[in-house]
Design a protein around this ligand. Structure first.
Ligand code: GAL
Length: 857
């Protein structure tokens, strides 16, 4: 305590030194830890971190995302390292473009933020095969994630490679760089019991291997309660306030606070209310935590074939504080920014001591951090769903249900997790902007005349096809070189077979491990099937008519991202492992054990039809009979990029399933006709009570993913090329382009809310903060934008949500004019929520101010 007494007084000075000297190239930071916190250059730190995965956006987007993270109050940016991106072929490395991890780390450093580098190299992350390269699976004798020499050799080699790269660039804090923390393995503790006694040895080995790499900064293992010293075991989850590390010498750290949840094709869209997310964060700091990371802070996009699975969607938006496109997800971003501000105000007290707990009643908790030098911060929590009134230090406080109030001076509530002061914005897609080649007419859809096509052959068409006796497992066969594997069998029907009669109906039955199946008989598509995120298996039964003489059954099996989670996830199979049977006249014939012909991938893939510089120009047909709604077609068109700099999306409505390339770069798999279940959704989920990934869902009955992000950097001026492979059947002329914009700005603040924390954002207010009561504050998203209209303003008891507010029973008559006067023509404005400004339309009733405004574009 003595030591802290001294340090705490120096802290403001220290903090400013840290900030000033952050480009710290000359000498390194000393990063250690103790029971309370990570300790940087001798000072314990409260650190707010957020995950942004470099390959899920583009280098062109990184600076803006990182700046928005910094503006949101983050100190640290976390990323995994994705082994299969960097070493697609054993020994051949790739660190270009979106894979330029060194550039990413440097970009974070330039913004003055720290980095947590989670090397894994198993990362889970809804990433294909959990980040493992497929070639790893084919190393003789290998067993993943256990005490196995071939595996350990490769894991060590790649981990060392990454550490060396970082060291060479002086990127560890110990060298003057931004990396203050590294992770080895990932949540192994969740599944290690399945690996028996070897699991223990593997964890010991992982720990000493990591330590031997001598990064000069601490290592963590998440969800690993037996993490060996000095590795810090950390918590992942929706709440981690109850967590404690496995030693009293380690700080309480939260490496994954799930800010929302991931989307699956065929699933509804999960979201997590900001009040609950803020509650979870506040509870963590209330109960002794000092490092917290949002997983994700910006989720981004699973470009190409990088999604894990099966069935994880291309969008990895995650309902994170920054959306997939890089726009702020409000009010989540703002509500958390306010929270981070308050937590930073509490930092001197938080780092100095453990909290002292007192009960304020059932499920009502007070935690106080009080130092001998007079710093005091208190957290008051109401874990019930009903509101409560509590007495704390002789004063009375109202605590809304499922909320935490933070008192950075132990007296005044500066923030409550359930009371959102931040503005909310609606995001909208504008469908107008594609301009087809040659004309200058804006078209929301591409005209059919602009399309050319190539039909992908049904069945075996490549020279490298091969035969096997019996049915094969898909991933072991394709090594994931493609989503696709053709299974083909031919047989003759003569008059002698009683079980098969040509011209009569025969039942074809196919059993597949998944993920998607398309069946063709004698060249005709007879139907298909698909699994789901919960069950990838397919069982297809179709009545077919066979011909006399030769018949061919072609089964196209497709994977949709390889498994990324669970014990032995690497061994989960896919494809038509059978049986495949034909039945007629009460007799069933099993085709499974016979000779099948196999083709890995599509002919069009081999020909690189998606590549702009391919030499197949003459093969593309542009006759008037553009085939639509038939399976297996490659489509190509040219288009002009939507004008301006707003993020671009393609709406794939009208298409079935496939993959899309823009100027040769894959924007991922599209699957707009896989819709979410009809039930289980609510647009305004109650944030009170424990959250789970299935608690708050949107988009029931709608396509799980209709819009697909096209990063601006994939586009160029003039003609752009789009190539699609449509596997099931679709109409590309129905595709449209859209740009993403911030729509309305809304805010709804009650008289009961604390004054704004983020005082700096109110430059137009010359009053001192003490005099401020609650305020509504809105800002246009661009610095040059001005508020052009106040669509709604009501002081009293307004109802509804952004976009559909209405006046309540009580409303002041001058609200609109007061707000108009304060806001119209301004880039941002603040309006006090008080009867002084609006008069009192209903005495004795708690009033609030709701406004909706728009900005000029
Ligand atoms: C965790 C895992 C992350 C991610 C997350 C769900 O279990 O560590 O990598 O997969 O779940 O989004």
């Amino acid at each position: 305590m003595k030591r802290c007494h001294h340090l705490c007084r120096l802290l403001p000075l220290w903090l400013s030194l840290v900030i000033l000297s952050f480009s710290h190239s000359s000498y390194g930071d000393n990063v250690t830890y103790d029971h309370r916190a990570l300790v940087i250059n001798g000072v314990r730190r409260v650190l707010i971190s957020g995950s942004i995965h470099y390959p899920r956006s583009t280098p062109e987007m990184w600076p803006d995302l990182i700046q928005k993270a910094k503006d949101g109050g983050l100190d640290v940016v976390e990323t995994y390292v994705f082994w299969n991106l960097h070493e697609p072929v054993q020994g051949q490395y790739d660190f270009e473009g979106r894979k330029d991890i060194v550039k990413f780390v440097k970009t974070v450093a330039e913004a003055g933020l720290y980095v947590h580098l989670r090397i894994g190299p198993y990362v889970c992350a809804e990433w294909n095969y959990g980040g493992f390269p497929l070639w790893l699976h084919f190393i003789p004798g290998i067993k993943f994630r256990t005490d196995n020499e071939p595996f350990k050799t490769e894991m060590q080699r790649f981990t060392a490679k990454i550490v060396d790269m970082m060291k060479q660039e002086n990127l560890y804090a110990s060298q003057g760089g931004p990396i203050i923390l590294s992770q080895i393995e990932n949540e192994y503790g969740n599944i290690d019991s399945a690996y028996g006694a070897a699991a223990q040895r593997y964890i010991q080995w992982s720990a000493s291997m990591a330590l031997s790499l001598d990064t000069g900064v601490p290592w963590v293992m998440c969800q690993q309660s037996d993490a060996p010293d000095p590795i810090i075991n950390t918590c992942n989850g929706f709440y981690c306030d109850q967590f404690s590390p496995n030693s009293n010498n380690k700080p309480k750290m939260w490496t994954e606070n799930w800010s929302g949840w991931f989307l699956s094709f065929g699933g509804s869209a999960p979201y997590r209310p900001p009040q609950d997310l803020a509650f979870a964060v506040a509870r963590f700091f209330q109960r002794g935590g000092t490092f917290q990371n949002y997983y994700m802070y910006q989720g981004g996009t699973n470009f190409g074939r990088t999604t894990g699975g099966p069935f994880i969607a291309t969008s990895y938006d995650y309902d994170a504080p920054i959306d997939e496109y890089g726009l702020l997800n409000q009010p989540k971003w703002g509500h958390l920014r306010d929270l981070h501000k308050v937590i930073k105000k509490c930092e001197p007290a938080l780092i100095a001591t453990d909290p002292a707990y007192t009960s304020l009643g059932q499920n009502l908790e007070a935690h106080v951090y009080k130092t001998s030098s007079g710093a005091c911060a208190a957290f008051l929590a109401n874990i019930n769903t009903q509101d409560a009134t509590v007495k704390f230090n002789g004063k009375t406080y109202q605590l809304p249900g499922w909320s935490v109030s933070i008192l950075p001076d132990c007296k005044n509530v500066v923030y409550n997790t359930a009371q959102i002061n931040s503005q909310e914005t609606t995001s909208e897609m504008r469908y107008l902007s594609s301009i087809s080649e040659g004309t200058n007419q804006p078209l929301s859809r591409l005209s059919s005349s602009g399309w050319s096509y190539i039909k992908e052959p049904v069945g075996i068409s490549k020279a490298d096809a091969f035969t096997r006796n019996g049915l094969v497992e898909q991933i072991n066969t394709t090594a994931d070189a493609s989503d696709y594997l053709w299974y083909s069998i031919s047989f003759n029907i003569t008059m002698g077979e009683p079980w098969l009669i040509s011209g009569e109906q025969t039942l074809l039955h196919v059993e597949s491990l998944g993920h998607v199946l398309r069946a063709f008989v004698n060249g005709y598509y007879i139907g298909g099937g698909k699994g789901s995120a919960d069950n990838s298996k397919i069982s297809l039964s179709k009545l077919i008519i066979l011909d006399k003489g030769k018949n061919t059954i072609d089964l196209l099996s497709a994977t949709v991202g390889l498994q990324n989670y669970g014990a032995f996830f690497d061994l989960s199979g896919a494809g038509v492992t059978g049986p495949v049977t034909l039945s007629a006249n009460g007799v069933t014939f099993d085709l499974s054990p016979y000779v099948w012909t196999y083709q890995i991938g599509l002919k069009g893939e081999d020909m690189s039809l998606f590549d702009v510089s391919d030499d197949s120009a003459s093969l593309w047909l542009s006759d008037s009979t553009l085939p639509t709604n038939v399976p297996l077609v490659w489509y190509k068109t040219q288009f002009q990029a939507p004008a301006g700099n707003d993020p671009v999306a393609i709406d794939f409505t009208g298409m079935g399933k496939g993959e899309a390339w823009i100027n040769g770069q894959s924007i991922g798999r599209f699957w707009p006709n896989y819709t979410a279940p009809l039930s289980g959704c609510s647009d305004s989920c109650n944030y009170k009570g424990a959250y789970s990934s299935s608690k708050c869902l949107k988009k029931c009955g709608k396509p799980s993913q209709q819009l697909y992000h096209v990063p601006r950097s994939f586009l160029k001026e003039g003609a752009n090329t789009m190539v699609l492979f449509e596997e099931e059947g679709g109409d590309p002329t129905k595709i449209s382009f859209a740009t993403r914009h911030t729509g309305s700005l809304c805010a709804h603040v009650s008289e009961m809310h604390p004054a704004p924390v983020n005082f700096e954002v109110y430059p137009e207010l010359a009053v001192s903060k003490q005099k401020l009561g609650p305020m509504v504050h809105v800002t246009c998203s661009g610095p040059d934008q001005l508020i052009n209209e106040v669509k709604f303003a009501s002081f009293g008891t307004p109802q509804g949500t952004c976009g559909s507010y209405s006046h309540g029973k009580c409303s002041s008559t001058n609200a609109l004019s007061v707000v108009q006067q304060a806001c119209v023509g301004m880039n941002s404005c603040s309006v006090p929520v008080s009867t002084k400004a609006f008069g009192d339309p209903c005495r004795g009733v708690t009033k609030s101010l709701a406004i909706e405004a728009t900005c000029s574009s």
